[in-house]
Design a protein around this ligand. Sequence first.
Ligand code: FAD
Length: 443
Amino acid sequence: KKIIIIGGVAGGASTAARLRRLDEKAEIIMFERDEFISFANCGLPYYIGERIKERDRLFVQTPEAMKARFHIDVRIHSEVIHIDTDKKVVRVNSKLRGIYEESYDYLVLSPGAKAIKPNIPGIESSKILTLRNIPDTDRIKSYVDQKDVKNAVVIGGGFIGVEMVENLRERGLNVTLVEAAPHILAPFDSDMAVIPEKELMDNGVRLILGDGVKAFSETGDQIEITLNSDTKLRADIVILAIGVLPDTTFLKESGIEVGARGHIIVNERMQTNKEGVYAVGDAVEVTDYVTKLKTAIPLAGPANKQGRIAADNIAGRNSSYKGTQGTSILKVFGLTAASTGANERTLLKAGIPYKTITIHPVSHASYYPGAVPITLKLIFHEDGRILGAQGVGYDGVDKRIDVIATVIRLGGTVEDLTELELSYAPPFSSAKDPVNMAGYVAQ
Ligand code: FAD
């Protein structure tokens, strides 16, 4: 068997490793356009903020280690520019070897997603930076390392935007966050998002909501940002983090089916419409686990799981991906914000009736030092099925959301939440855990 993998990071690397475990003999070639494979995208903001101090820590695997450990033919600086799915051949543009072709029996696409750069005046300024990979990180960090860089504007209040805001503040910059929507962090409802918004402001961040960017223009050493409201901001550096689009333009003539925004269409086995071609990660369309609608959710956990499933199927097993529920978590200075499943907005859009409750339990027994309140919102169907949850607080949010995420995955109800027997001693929880409490209140 000869397997070609396109993309060497989350989805690509986990496909390769799993394939090798299942098949000692297969020939596995991995093409990566950039210099690096299997790096920790999720750690990049924290390296810029110098919480992660050594750059080497960002590399989970190197091409050499991947070759030595898994016997995978890793070819970096090699961009796949064309696929002929009838002849089963890819065309590669390699820095080292020029343009050449390579045949495959199976092909796995994991090209990921790229930062959206809207077509607005001044967007090409070198002071406007996006963050996806190691070269982007080096570029941003070398800017921030300069002593005279003092003011940053971050555009986009999603996960990457907020993580960059925090890390630029950690480096001592004055930071303004601009968000076009009425609130930051789209997975949260507005009643929950106000808490991380306050945390940002308490930590000296200037927050501008409900206002998008109209134009950029360079003025001497700085860049001027004009918002739709005609508010003008000045900065030494702009981080643009307004979302991502699948990196799939190279599939244009391949006949591989993509959706309206370019996401690759796959079935439950992660197979595309073309024989022997699989696709995983940020570039694919998935089923929302709760609403059952088609969507795209660019997260590392799903990319890794999908890679494993594609590898299983190529190796002759029968694995299927049941959907993404969007469980995610974010550190906002001292605060944790986490969510899973659907929020009110997605349910309204899907026409699914729901009820909500919000409770404010403490993170552990209130008589034991250090207990702090959690704001926990539960969203559930009239029949009791849990549809989503959001949690915000200074301690203990992660485990509550993870427990509820598990219950959602197993099709559980508010009744189930009341019955869960969770670990308890005063430093950790209460005899009635916040998750039980959410169940009681919802019942
Ligand atoms: P990628 O990791 O983007 O890898 C795709 C690779 O394919 C790229 O290296 C690209 O160069 C290569 N490629 C593309 N086209 C070609 C081609 N034609 N030929 C050859 N190579 C090609 N997720 C979380 O769950 N939690 C987090 O905390 C989190 N933090 C993040 C922070 C940042 C700054 C970023 C950028 C992402 C973060 N994510 C996080 C998202 C997570 O990193 C992605 O979901 C995950 O990396 C997707 O994996 P992928 O394999 O689909 O794509």
